[in-house]
Design a protein around this ligand. Structure first.
Ligand SMILES: O=C(O)CCC(=O)C(=O)O
Ligand SMILES: [Fe+2]
Length: 366
């Protein structure tokens, strides 16, 4: 890679989680930049420059939330506890909230419900997806277990604050791309109808002799993802021909921010949505249950996922390239449910049937 950066996470203390051992020092670690929310808010020129580089090179960065993001961190801490209680419910109870047969990815996804690779292996995690529109009263309420319905104020508070981070990222990108004012922000309003969601994830320890992918390789489907990790296991595949999977080391007080397919489509690949996956946690952490907490932001439902033609910085399409006519809602449903074997049967095993923007993410540095 021409623009190799020193992994800034190497010098940072590792996140601790319960009595789990720290993230090991001897595994390949992804070169994510560590950006500061406080400095981005102040429009610190160096930090803005590093932000722009991170969005164009890797599409992933750490965001130090200390200070202005303290209450988001506090909400995330509480939600990790809620996530543990949620997944402790009996599986028959959780399955009542699997809405895949209603063509919805909100609610529960059982262990092993998705195909994770071209060999036909199944996932090794459970999800629970909570809709922003539901928590904000913008849609009908989905049935939910008491552990969630009794925490609606906390869920709403987390969504509002995570969406605030997203809005800052979109503002900075709008400025960077010299788009007309508010172009990106107006496609991602908190009060707009969208597939934005919280995702709780639980991946239990895997058998010692059979440790495999817990969550298959993918690019995120929407615009901006705000991810909280405690144990390792997340890996990114940096762009380039000889790239190797690297772990992302969880850092205390930081979120991991990454861009999704929509940003690649809007900018015709100028911004990157990197391929990532989740493996068993590295080293001794593999013996511990891994929980993560995510906020996925997506463009509003009716936004067409196409190149924006209002910036001179966004590269033109190839001469013979024709963009698919698809709106954000249909794109997210196709991507989120495409690997469910209970819906699609054999087709779910055709792993490349519902690709995102992986090809553009994998383009080599010139
Ligand atoms: O659990 C993680 O660290 C990442 C989860 C993820 O990539 C996803 O749900 O899209
Ligand atoms: Fe992801």
């Amino acid at each position: 890679m021409a623009t190799q950066t020193i992994p800034e996470a190497l010098t940072a203390p590792a996140q601790r989680f319960g009595n789990a051992p720290p993230f090991p020092e001897d595994v390949p670690t992804a070169p994510l930049l560590r950006l500061s929310l406080a400095k981005l808010i102040e429009r610190d020129a160096d930090e803005i420059h590093r932000f722009q580089r991170a969005c164009e090179d890797l599409g992933f960065f750490y965001l130090d939330l200390s200070g202005p993001g303290d209450s988001l961190l506090a909400d995330a801490d509480q939600l990790f506890k809620v996530g543990e209680q949620l997944f402790d419910l009996p599986v028959e109870e959780k399955q009542k909230y699997d809405f895949m047969h209603k063509n919805s990815y909100f609610g529960y996804k059982g262990f092993g419900a998705n195909v994770v690779d071209r060999k036909g292996n199944l996932d090794r995690n459970e999800f629970y997806n909570v809709s922003k529109d539901d928590m904000y009263g913008l849609s009908d309420q989905w049935p939910a277990p008491d552990v969630l319905s009794s925490r609606r104020p906390l869920l709403k508070s987390f969504i509002g604050q995570a969406h605030g981070i997203v809005t800052l990222v979109l503002e900075l990108l709008n400025e960077h791309l010299r788009l007309p004012p508010n172009t990106l922000q107006d496609m991602h309003r908190l009060e707009g109808h969208s597939g934005d969601q919280i995702r709780f994830i639980k991946a239990p320890p895997q058998p010692v002799n059979d440790r495999r992918t817990a969550l298959g390789e993918h690019t995120d489907f929407g615009s901006v993802t705000v991810l909280f990790n405690r144990l390792g296991g997340l890996q990114v595949l940096p762009p380039g021909r000889d790239a190797e999977w690297c772990y992302v080391k969880p850092l205390p007080h930081h979120a991991i921010i990454n861009l999704g397919d929509a940003m690649v489509k809007f900018t015709n690949g100028l911004l990157r949505s990197n391929i990532h996956r989740v493996m068993a946690p590295p080293g001794e952490q593999a013996d511990y249950t891994r929980y993560s907490l995510v906020y996925f932001n997506r463009p509003e439902n009716d936004v067409m996922l196409k190149r924006l033609d209002t910036s001179e910085l966004i590269p033109p399409l190839d001469e013979d390239e024709v963009e698919e006519e698809i709106n954000s809602k249909d794109w997210i449903i196709r991507r989120a449910l495409g690997h469910r074997h209970a819906i699609y049967g054999d087709k779910a095993f055709d792993f490349d049937r519902t690709r995102g923007t992986e090809a553009k993410s994998q383009r080599a540095y010139l």
